[in-house]
Structures are given as structure tokens and as C-alpha cells.
Design a protein around this ligand. Structure first.
Ligand SMILES: *Cc1c(COP(=O)(O)O)cnc(C)c1O
Length: 466
């Protein structure tokens, strides 16, 4: 049965209802309504189908989360069993549920050493709000309540709640609603194409970019700084892969000033880079005190997030803290936790993380790199199962198209037309495909991307823009 043959399914009627009632996230509703939303009706493996029957390779794993692909019966069964037994109970009333406790005990087995505790939320944003609460509570308990400021980076993404958006470094988000909230400051990102000096080596740039943290700490006064937060690889900012010299230098600086290090692993966690957590990847190599996770923990099948709390903080919080006045109705939601357990068990049983590291990621890197010969494409990079490239007007001189042209959006639309989801972040085109891609899936994805780049080039020429 083709998806658009589903009984009672009327795409035009659904689009009209959507336009009439649905405010989409990060979307210009008026312009969306003019064209109508694409209706996704089905997913299987690494593919999705829209209501017109088009088959599309999901190069973005939904929104960086469907790590094991769609339609996994084991995850569906885990949710069904739990919902039949106990769909919900809370963890407030000196109570717990088996899935919440079992998941809390399972995560330390895959986390880096020194993590024995977890605080559950429903999302990455709430995880990062929890980080703000935990970090400030920790320093209060340590008798250093003046340590309040958290340092983050421009073009970071840490979510869309007031706390998450403030930690994030997205100008367009800060403009809407007087953000950031007090006590959060930003340094520049380790994006050499934007912030590098002419002739500077990648290694030297990485060190210099990390030292912007030290400059900021000294400027603020080290006794005022509570923590530094960063994504191992910036995701929503455009798959910004820092030089290998960056994170070890960040770690050295945090250690030197006794500042907590927070690794936002909402994307990089759960195998995305070929290690369980991004901080464990040799290219990153940091030793965080707190790890935020969400997205891949359930492969996106149900909403779940949280914070892995390092022993240094957990000990103080537990032994000296008394009540921690923070939590969510659905913290440790049993059905979401049951799905997370099944997801981690499946990843272990099938050796998914090991396969990404040994086989899938190197194959993806090699195939993605072949796109560098395309006339529009330069600066092709990947790490694990994330990759990005830059669309250039003239790649020899690294000349970009004018921003108002929206060349990335042109390319993204061509990708959809050719049956592959790729995301545009200004001039960068990025992918984060499911971890379970086969070589054939990768080959087909790259063919479709290449066709889309060709179509983008042809379109620019036809419109007299090249
Ligand atoms: C998606 C994301 C978040 C926010 O997670 P939500 O579940 O959307 O709230 C936070 N940090 C990073 C790095 C993310 O990619």
C-alpha cells in the first residue's frame, strides 16, 4: 500500500488544516502557508515517505535523533509493554519506576568514567536548563555563590527554552525576547573559515580559539565563572568540527581555573561520532563534569533527555545539598525510559557504535569527500556520522554567494526533490544520517546529493547568478 493510498488520507485537506492552525517551530508561518507543509507519513529503516508517495533518504535522522532508523519493532514493543503495564508514574513522591531506575543504572555503563548519576528531563533544552540549576547549586554548596557566570560560544545551539536559548549563541534567537538571561556570556566559535587568520595552521587556530576562553575568564575574574559549555561538534550551527587541538586546550583552561566543563552531547551522544559520547572521541578528548543528552537516547521514538552528573558534583549535591528544588512531571517517564533501555540494548547487541567507528563513518567520510570535485563545493569535512560542506560561488578564492540569495535553501529544496534530506545552514550543507546506514544507502545518498548540487548549479546559471 502506497502511503497516499492510506484510507481517509487527504493531503490537500491536511495542508489546509495545518495552515489554519499549526504554528511550526523555527518557521515563517506566512511563507510556509503559501506553499503548504510536506506531509511525512511513514518511515522505514533510513527512509521516509511523504503523502505524495515520494521515497526520501533521511540524511538528517529526523532531527539528529533517529539513530537506529525508523520502524524498529523492539522499540515499539518496549513502549507497548510499558504502556500496558504502567504508562506513567512520577519520581517525586519518594517513588520510582523500574524503567527509570534501570536506565539510570544503565547509562553509567556506557558513559565515560566518573559518572554514576543521572537527572532525567524531557528534552535537551530542559537538560541544559537543569545544567544551569545544577552548576549554580554546586557552587552555592561549595561556598562560592559568586561563581554564577556560564561561558558559551557564538553559534552554539543549546535548545530553545529561556535557559537553553541563552546558553546558545544564536543571534536570531537572542533578538526575540531579550536574551541571553543574566550570567551567560559568549566567546567566538572554533570555526576556522570564519575566525581563522590567513596562513594560520589548523592546530594553531584550535589553540588560539580555545584561549578565547581563558581571555574571557581573566576578563570576568576566575572567581566569578561557574562553567563552560560546548557541543563537542556544533550541530545546528552547521556541523562545525573544531581542530583536534581545541578541546584539550579547553580542558587545560577549565582545570587551571577550577571551572566546570559541560559537554552538550544532545547530538554527539549515543554513537553519533563513533563513540558512545562525543567527549570520548580521540578528536575531542575532554573530561566533562556534566553531560547533557537527549535525541539519540531513544532514537527519537519518544521524548527523553537528561544530564549525566559527574561524581565531583553528585557527591556535593547528595551529601550537602538537601532538597534539590527542580524537576519535571515527566522526569524519568517510564515509557520513554523503557524505549531508551531497548535502544541502548539494541545498540550494544548489534555493535552499532563499534561499526560506526570501524566501518560506516570511514565509508561515509570517503564517499562524502568525493563531492569536493563539484564546482560549487569546498571545505568538505566529516567526523563520525556528521558531515558538512560549503557552497562557494568561486571555490578557488573561497568567495561565497550573497547571503540574501539563499543558495543553501535552493540546494536543500533540490535535495528534497531528488529524494534526500540535507540541511542548509547559510552557506553550509550538512548531514547527520542514521547510524545504521549500509554502504548501499550511503552510495545512493551521495548520488542524490550530487544530483542536487548539479541541479543547484544549473538553476543558478539559468537565473543568471553564475
Ligand atoms: C537539539 C539540541 C538541544 C535541544 O534539545 P531539544 O530536545 O530540542 O530541547 C540542545 N543541545 C543540542 C546540542 C542540540 O542539538
Amino acid at each position: 500500500m502506497k502511503p497516499n493510498d492510506l484510507p481517509g488520507f487527504d493531503t490537500a485537506a491536511l495542508r489546509a488544516k495545518d495552515a489554519a492552525h499549526h504554528l511550526h517551530p523555527f518557521t515563517d508561518t506566512q511563507s510556509l502557508n503559501a506553499s503548504g507543509a510536506r506531509v511525512i507519513v511513514r518511515g522505514e529503516g533510513v527512509r521516509i515517505w511523504d503523502s505524495d508517495g515520494n521515497e526520501i533518504i533521511d540524511g538528517m535522522s529526523g532531527l539528529w535523533c533517529v539513530n537506529l532508523g525508523y520502524s524498529r519493532q523492539d522499540l515499539i514493543d518496549a513502549a507497548t509493554r510499558q504502556m500496558q503495564t504502567l504508562p506513567f508514574y512520577n519520581a517525586f513522591f519518594k517513588t520510582t519506576t523500574a524503567p527509570a531506575t534501570e536506565l539510570a543504572a544503565l547509562l553509567p555503563q556506557i558513559a565515560p568514567p566518573g559518572f554514576q548519576h543521572v537527572f532525567f528531563t524531557n528534552s535537551g533544552s530542559e537538560g541544559n536548563d537543569t545544567v544551569i540549576r545544577l552548576v549554580r547549586r554546586y557552587w552555592d554548596l561549595m561556598g562560592q555563590p559568586q561563581r554564577k557566570t556560564i561561558i558559551s560560544r557564538h553559534n552554539a545551539y543549546h535548545g530553545s527554552t529561556l535557559g537553553g536559548a541563552s546558553l546558545g549563541g544564536m543571534g536570531g534567537m537572542h533578538e526575540q525576547g531579550d536574551l541571553p538571561i543574566p550570567g551567560i556570556v559568549h566567546i567566538d566559535q572554533p570555526y576556522q573559515l570564519q575566525n581563522g587568520l590567513p596562513g594560520e595552521s589548523e592546530h594553531d587556530f584550535g589553540l588560539r580559539a580555545a584561549r578565547w576562553l581563558e581571555d574571557k575568564i581573566v576578563e570576568l575574574g576566575a572567581d566569578k565563572v561557574a562553567a563552560f559549555i560546548g557541543e563537542p561538534v556544533q550541530g545546528a550551527g552547521g556541523v562545525i568540527i573544531p581542530p583536534a587541538s581545541y578541546w584539550p586546550e579547553i580542558q587545560r583552561i577549565c582545570d587551571k581555573y577550577g571551572i566546570l566543563l559541560v559537554s552538550d552531547e544532545v547530538i554527539c551522544g549515543f554513537g553519533r561520532l563513533g563513540t558512545w559520547f562525543g567527549c570520548q572521541h580521540p578528536h575531542i578528548g575532554s573530561r566533562p563534569d556534566l553531560i547533557t543528552f537527549a535525541k539519540g537516547v531513544t532514537s527519537g521514538y519518544l521524548p527523553l533527555g537528561g544530564v549525566l552528573v559527574g561524581d565531583r558534583i553528585a557527591k556535593v549535591l547528595i551529601e550537602q545539598g538537601g532538597d534539590f528544588n527542580h524537576g519535571f512531571t515527566y522526569s524519568g517517564h517510564p515509557t520513554c525510559c523503557a524505549v531508551a533501555i531497548a535502544n541502548v540494548q539494541a545498540m550494544r547487541a548489534e555493535g552499532v557504535v563499534e561499526r560506526v567507528a570501524a566501518d560506516t563513518a570511514p565509508y561515509l567520510a570517503a564517499q562524502f569527500a568525493t563531492l569536493a570535485d563539484h564546482p560549487l563545493v569546498g571545505d568538505v569535512q566529516s567526523l563520525g556520522m556528521v558531515a558538512g560542506l560549503v557552497l562557494y560561488k568561486d571555490k578557488a578564492t573561497r568567495t561565497l554567494f550573497p547571503a540574501e540569495l539563499g543558495v543553501g535553501y535552493r540546494c536543500r529544496d533540490n535535495c528534497f526533490k531528488n529524494g534526500v534530506v540535507m540541511r542548509a545552514v547559510e552557506e553550509r550543507m550538512i548531514i547527520a544520517p542514521p547510524l545504521v546506514m549500509s554502504h548501499d544507502d550511503i552510495d545512493e545518498m551521495i548520488r542524490r546529493i550530487r544530483r542536487s548540487l548539479d541541479d543547484t548549479l544549473a538553476g543558478l546559471r539559468a537565473d543568471g547568478l553564475l
